[in-house]
Ligand binder design. Structure first.
Ligand SMILES: Cc1cc2nc3c(=O)[nH]c(=O)nc-3n(C[C@H](O)[C@H](O)[C@H](O)COP(=O)(O)OP(=O)(O)OC[C@H]3O[C@@H](n4cnc5c(N)ncnc54)[C@H](O)[C@@H]3O)c2cc1C
Length: 488
């Protein structure tokens, strides 16, 4: 008998979503991630949970409706990580006729299922806070509702749920060879040790590595796919409004400019075809200049390359030849020839539809395993068992329980851990009870929790994926954190 029913290569959003779905249906699951969870594309997305206006303009109404249904599911199941926002599209006279955009947005409102998200409106931005940061050439903007997500924490939360339902999540575990017999026999370098495990089915969810894993590890024909490098930049906060701004740049590319953490702004995206090692992804000077110029075209404050605090690049994997449908939905293939163990391949697609993609992929296995029914649409992610409309009330509750928390501290902690905050702060009555501090906000207690419950091993796991505190962490505190983690 095989050790596991399902082995998954890749700990990005697609891999952990498969692990969660399958473990919750009763399968014995192992997930192998060569580095840290979410360290690939899944921590480099523009963080949108959306129906996608581009799809609407292509008249893909069912697809937009399906994605908006998923948006609602995320709001219900991950109210700490997924945040409703007002998206503003400032209108210029040489672009799309305003009446047409207004019509699309009315349709978008109708297709959305959540009656609680405010409907779209037309704003006179010469007299509205949304217009304060914009150049004077803008007179009108269209505002509508969509959501943003903390992308890398979403990966972690899904993985925690999978583990709590029995999945074995292994980070620092690289699958180097997989032999396809009547079961799969995998060779894994697991934190330096060679290990062999067996599984009845294998899932290749290795993102931009999908083709090379197929060819060199599984030794099966690689899927036909393309890889695109998508880059974004982070600068200091450009505006006070809570809006995400959406611009159609002069070359017709869409530019999203969104609030990022408390004090920063994320500007993206620019796409370039990618060839090479997916472990080495960078943002070129030309792409940085492009994004700075685009933002400077719309905002009063000029953005220059020297203002860029960090760049964020990820590799999007899309079936070739790329189709808008595949970009949105991703690709799931299932190879179940009679004498060889089954192989699932899952790649691409956006974060919004990742839950449904995993559900459909795991459902392909029902012919092989008895398993319970689809369940993920209704089950909250860890920490997410409260209504999204009560997020501010949860922040107030945290401040009443731990009186030493400042408002911004409490907001960050509740947004990251939701109802699981108790497991970090416990009965602490002052910051001193939480152990040593690193930078303005990180405590020893939080680091210990991340190491024990969320697989953090190195400073970057804490500072860039389980939080974004790397943006404000002084170098000497980072060194102190590394020393603390080495002995914790
Ligand atoms: C820049 C960008 C923009 C996006 N925009 C949006 C958006 O606006 N809205 C939206 O909803 N979604 C968006 N997405 C898509 C969304 O982020 C993806 O659905 C998600 O990242 C899925 O990633 P993945 O799990 O397939 O791959 P990854 O996150 O790349 O994970 C693959 C993992 O496999 C691991 N791996 C590779 N080889 C091995 C091996 N041999 N052994 C063990 N592990 C291995 C890698 O280390 C990696 O962590 C965007 C993606 C990108 C990159």
């Amino acid at each position: 008998m095989a050790d596991y029913d399902l082995a998954i290569i890749g700990g990005g959003l697609n891999g952990v979503s498969l692990a969660r779905d399958a473990a919750g249906r009763g399968l014995r699951v192992i997930l192998l991630e060569q580095g840290d969870l979410g360290a690939g594309a899944s921590s480099a997305s523009p963080r949108l949970i959306h129906g996608d206006l581009d799809m609407l303009e292509r008249a893909a109404l069912l697809r937009v409706r399906g994605a908006l249904t998923e948006r609602d599911i995320w709001l219900r199941t991950a109210p700490h990580l997924v945040r409703p926002m007002r998206f503003a599209i400032p209108a210029l006279s040489d672009e799309q006729p305003p009446w047409l955009l207004r019509a699309w947005l009315l349709l978008y409102d109708r297709l959305g299922c959540s009656r609680r998200l405010p409907a779209s409106v037309t704003l006179d931005v010469t007299h509205h806070p949304t217009g304060n940061a914009l150049k004077r050439s803008f007179g009108t903007a269209f505002e509508y509702s969509d959501c943003v997500v903390d992308d890398s924490r979403l990966v972690i939360a899904v993985a925690v749920d999978a583990a709590e339902r029995g999945a074995d999540i292994r980070t620092g575990a690289r699958c180097v060879r997989a032999d396809r017999l009547d079961i799969w026999r995998l060779a894994v370098i697991d934190r330096g040790q060679r290990r062999v495990i067996t599984a009845r089915t294998l899932a290749n969810a290795s993102g931009a590595w999908t083709a090379s894993v197929a060819e060199t590890v599984l030794r099966v024909p690689p899927p036909d796919l393309g890889v695109t490098n998508v880059s974004q930049i982070i600068v200091r906060r450009l505006f006070d409004s809570g809006n995400v701004y959406v611009f159609q740049n002069t070359d017709r590319r869409r530019i999203f400019v969104s609030p990022y953490e408390r004090d920063f702004t994320l500007i993206g995206s620019v796409r370039q075809p990618f060839k090479g090692d997916p472990a080495v992804v960078t943002t070129t000077a030309a792409d940085i200049a492009y994004l700075c110029d685009a933002a400077s075209r719309y905002f009063r404050e000029r953005v220059q390359p020297s203002d860029v605090i960090k760049t964020v690049s990820g590799l999007e994997t899309v079936a070739g030849p790329a189709s808008p449908r595949a970009a949105r939905e991703g690709v799931v293939t299932f190879d179940a020839s009679p004498r060889a163990a089954p192989l699932l391949t899952v790649f691409g697609g956006d974060a919004t539809t990742s839950r449904r993609r995993a559900e459909r992929a795991v459902s392909r296995l029902t012919q092989f395993y008895p398993m319970s029914r689809r369940w993920t649409a209704k089950a909250p992610l860890p920490g997410g068992n409260f209504a999204w409309t009560r997020l501010d009330a949860e922040v107030d509750r945290a401040r009443a329980r731990w009186r030493f928390l400042t408002e911004p501290n409490a907001q960050r902690l509740v947004a990251a851990y939701g109802m699981r905050l108790e497991a970090i702060l416990g009965n602490a009555g002052s910051p001193a009870d939480l152990g040593p501090g690193f930078g303005p906000e990180l405590s020893g207690a939080e680091v210990r929790y991340l190491m024990k419950r969320e697989w953090a091993r190195f400073p970057d796991d804490v500072l860039w994926r389980r939080s974004k505190l790397g943006l404000t962490m002084p170098p000497q505190d980072r060194e102190a954190l590394a020393a603390f983690m080495a002995t914790a």
